[in-house]
Design a protein around this ligand. Structure first.
Ligand SMILES: [Zn+2]
Ligand SMILES: [Zn+2]
Length: 256
């Protein structure tokens, strides 16, 4: 099995820290892992967060804590890791915080680098982060109409997929994480995303993060979304979204 989404985010960009993740993956008999970090870790990507930073003071504070490393340190780590021999395959990439408003800037910055894979993620709606325990309800969920939030989220997912910038779509239905749902049926949206994934040859993630970090009932995709993807033969990438070594391959036994 492959774990397609593992973050170094909470530790240093060193080979010793990376090897803690590799060792867990070996112990769990994974054949391949994909290491990534959010673009918000790297100062080179600051321009793409302009709207998020300007939307609310608390988001600016959040961002300034995250945006601290130089991407060259990550590139050096990748080079070193690729010079070593490990008993499993290790790929390196980024989880890019996509917004259509900053697509041009994202494209420009990404041109400077070459990665094994690139995951596109929607983490904000109307410039507001939707998944923060301490402020997303106050900034977004209690202010905007739920249907509008869902429509905007999925519009952004579709633009992300149409951008041809990515190889994989992060947690494609994670907007449900607080168990707040729209009044309209999402089946048509799921079908559209499935068809687009086939057309663009993109992996869609079954990301377990919501399940074990936010206690959402779904171990990844909703039952309906998963069924549509499987029926249409869309490529699915299992993703622990690990932020610590112990979470590599977490909950993969729930995938059937
Ligand atoms: Zn994400
Ligand atoms: Zn992630």
């Amino acid at each position: 099995m492959i774990d397609g989404h593992i973050h170094l985010e909470n530790g240093p960009l060193t080979i010793e820290y990376l090897e803690e993740f590799i060792n867990v993956a070996i112990n769990k008999n994974l054949k391949s892992i994909q290491i990534l970090d959010h673009t918000h870790r790297f100062i080179e990507f600051r321009p793409i967060y302009e709207n998020v930073v300007n939307a609310a003071k608390i988001q600016e504070e959040w961002f300034l804590k995250k945006s601290k490393d130089n991407i060259n340190d990550y590139l050096k780590l990748i080079k070193l890791a690729k010079s070593k021999k490990y008993p499993i395959e290790i790929k390196f990439g980024l989880e890019v915080c996509y917004t259509s408003k900053k697509e041009k800037e994202i494209r420009e910055i990404l041109k400077n680098y070459e990665f094994d894979f690139l995951v596109g993620a929607v983490h904000s709606v109307f410039g507001l982060l939707y998944d923060m325990e301490n402020f997303s309800r106050e900034l977004l969920w209690n202010v905007y109409d739920t249907d509008e939030i869902y429509k905007e989220y999925y519009n952004e997912i579709i633009k992300l997929m149409e951008s041809n910038l990515f190889t994989q779509v992060a947690h494609p239905d994670t907007i449900k994480l607080f168990d707040i749902y729209p009044s309209y049926d999402l089946i048509e949206t799921y079908n559209k995303i499935a068809d687009l994934a086939l057309e663009k040859d993109l992996y869609l993630e079954n990301n377990f993060g919501c399940y074990y970090r936010y206690n959402h009932k779904d171990p990844g995709l909703s039952k309906e979304f998963k069924q549509i993807l499987l029926e249409k033969g869309v490529k699915i990438m299992l993703a622990s979204d690990a932020h610590i070594p112990e979470h590599v391959g977490k909950n993969f036994e729930l995938w059937k």
